[in-house]
Design a protein around this ligand. Structure first.
Ligand code: PLP
Length: 426
């Protein structure tokens, strides 16, 4: 993680425009459809919820529609990208995106499904070691999945989940407090399962430090991350960080369309371990014997051995369009722009007329991605509605939080400047 000083920003439209002119990624905005109102681009700050559509998606999907149209079932072998092996087309780029080896990743299913599949393999409680540590205010879907996995094993969620809390009056959870808590529970912890970036506060957890500490405390603690808000947002090095498993959705920062597919990471040290329990289906079986229709499951090597059903070609085609863009831009460059863009947003928010709010996302740039969560003291919903009327798409969370995410691929410094202008004047 790079730690740099933010530059001395200036609050003016000219300055914002000059930042855009000097932006090495400025051309990328043209690769996306920007939603409009009355023929004017909206200011879209919801890439953390549903990323915008890459213009190239249409071609990727057209290709598969065409092959289906002209080949029918023969497309499995004779499509331009034969469907039988389609998931392999996503491995290299996915691996680069999250800092993994190709063997450690697979694209399949959707996020909560994968979270459950991975917990089947990696949450294996015993009488003495059965607790799961997760963050306070984890995404509801993750909470439901964890609670029910616990019940599935016959334990009581209330006595099994250890929640990491922020200190009184704070919003982010301090790393030192997390490490302390791991220390306290090291003999009973089976699994640590945290969202890499919290969807609500925008806090980026120190995944490497947390994992390192857990592994040092006990080799038996398994560490997994839900990277829904981290993949495509921050630089990841899942392999080197020694994370056991991770999964993410592809429709947020990864712009792969509503309900899009999901990515999975299983560390090299586990992904060929056939002794791990897993739910299985034909697509995870060795490719050579998949169609022999024999009894006995022989998982193929790597994370691909966790597949169950045959690949969902259309969502995966959409995802390939986006992966191509990410691969070309590179997470490093995206992060450098993100650092400036979100830094500029923070600067403009804190140096304007309006003072009736608080940013709860860490101000330390090492502890956040591109989202800022703003708690409004009062009239929050009114402000949010006024923003919407003025052409801004942001996200409202009851009771009083506005989440804004300027994303480096298609948001501009001018977007950020205009947002702040409107925010301070409504
Ligand atoms: C968006 C999100 C989900 C959504 O799960 P789906 O299975 O894709 O519907 C789950 N967990 C987290 C942390 C999220 O941010």
């Amino acid at each position: 993680m790079f730690v740099k000083q933010l530059p001395k920003f200036i609050n003016s439209l000219d300055y914002a425009r000059s930042m855009d002119l000097n932006d090495p990624l400025k051309e990328y905005r043209n690769k996306f459809h920007i939603p409009q109102k009355e023929n004017k681009d909206l200011i879209y700050f919801c890439g953390n919820s549903l990323g915008l559509q890459p213009k190239s998606v249409r071609n990727f999907i057209e290709q598969e529609l065409k092959d289906w149209e002209t080949l029918g079932v023969e497309g499995h072998l004779h499509a331009k990208n034969p469907w039988l092996y389609y998931h392999h087309l996503l491995e290299e780029q996915t691996a680069r995106l999250v800092g993994a080896k190709p063997i450690e990743v697979v694209v399949m299913n959707s996020l909560t499904v994968n979270l459950n599949l991975l917990m089947i393999s990696f949450y294996r409680p015993t009488k003495t070691r059965y607790k799961i540590m997760m963050e306070y205010m984890a995404f509801p879907s993750d909470q439901y999945a964890v609670e029910n996995q616990i019940k599935f094993h016959g334990y009581d969620p209330h006595k099994t989940i250890i929640e990491l809390m922020p200190r009184e009056g704070e919003y982010a959870i301090r790393t030192e407090d997390i490490l302390q808590k791991i220390e306290e529970h090291k003999s009973e912890l089976a699994l640590i399962m945290i969202g890499g970036v919290n969807y609500y506060t925008g806090q980026l957890f120190e995944m490497e430090k947390i994992t390192g500490h857990a592994k040092k405390s006990s080799a038996e603690i398994v560490v997994g991350f839900d990277l829904a808000h981290a993949a495509g947002n921050v630089e990841l090095n899942l392999h080197d960080w020694n994370i056991d498993f991770a999964t993410w959705c592809t429709y947020k920062y990864l712009n792969s369309g509503p309900g899009g597919t999901s990515g999975v990471f299983i560390h090299e040290k586990h992904c060929n371990d056939n002794s791990l329990p897993r739910l299985s289906g034909w697509w995870g079986n060795e490719e050579e014997t998949r169609f022999k229709m024999q009894k006995g499951f022989f998982p193929q090597t790597g994370a691909a051995g966790w597949q169950m059903s045959n690949a969902q070609i259309l969502p995966m085609a959409a995802h390939r369009a986006s992966l191509e863009i990410f691969d070309e831009a590179g997470m490093k460059k995206l992060n450098e722009k993100s650092f400036l863009l979100t830094g500029y947003l923070q600067y403009l928010l804190l140096n304007g007329k309006r003072k009736d709010f608080k940013i709860i996302t860490p101000s330390d740039t090492a502890h956040r991605g591109c989202q800022l969560s703003i708690v409004m003291n009062n009239s929050g919903k009114k402000t949010f509605d006024a923003l919407t009327e003025n052409g801004i798409i942001a996200d409202w969370r009851e009771p009083n939080v506005i989440r804004v995410a300027p994303v480096p691929l298609y948001n501009s410094f001018e977007d950020v400047w205009r947002f702040a202008e409107i925010f301070h004047s409504v």
